[in-house]
Design a protein around this ligand. Sequence first.
Ligand SMILES: [Zn+2]
Ligand SMILES: [Zn+2]
Length: 258
Amino acid sequence: MPRLYPLYSSSKGNCSYIGTRSGGILIDCGVSCRKVQQALAANEIPVSAVRGIFITHEHSDHIKGLKMFTKTYNIPVYAQSGTLDFLYDKEQIMSRAVEISGGTEIGDMLVEPFDTMHDAASPCGYRITSGDSVCAVCTDLGTVTDRVRKGVCGASAVLLEANYDEDMLKNGPYPYELKQRISCDIGHLSNRQSGEFASELLDSGTQSIVLAHLSENNNTPEAAWSAVEGILRRDGHEHGRDHMLTVAAPDGCRYVSF
Ligand SMILES: [Zn+2]
Ligand SMILES: [Zn+2]
């Protein structure tokens, strides 16, 4: 059974492994090469199991360790064209680079990007199908579009952004412009937006949701969990009966099978 391992997840660094202990992919490489190595080892995944690194977008919390990781292990990097151009220009890829537009097969997995609304060159999330099992990684988006719905709906496990608590952001210390940038349509999802989408996902058959990419200044794990779970309860969903909801810490959380 394939698994989704959220290895690192916060505004400081993001990296997930999807697959089994014998083969899979990384989504993003936003922490140091050493930290990726450590997290894989802690989960008993040999680096040789990593067949490719799929990048969602070029912000540093998603690519920080990419240069060193690809230099050390020569694993190919997959991304959409705008992201790849940026990474090339900045010399962040030391291995083979593959531009993706539609689905890409790696081992027994089909990896499909879906465009997201975010302030980057060509940002995307990923839908991963392995046999009959589907999971999705959906972070760094300001709004949930129909493309995102199409990319994520029906996935049994979803890593879903819950970046900020709306009151904490509004009343917090960030300058006005930064508050606007985070909360706009090409920024990040709030806990409330995440909850509304999570409810749609459960209706589409999703069973496990891991809340991810929490802001360290404008959110807490408790606020994210209770805001999202409150919306799910409002809509008639019951934790433990028809879904599991967890929150990824900055240094990850337990894997989810899908
Ligand atoms: Zn970003
Ligand atoms: Zn990010």
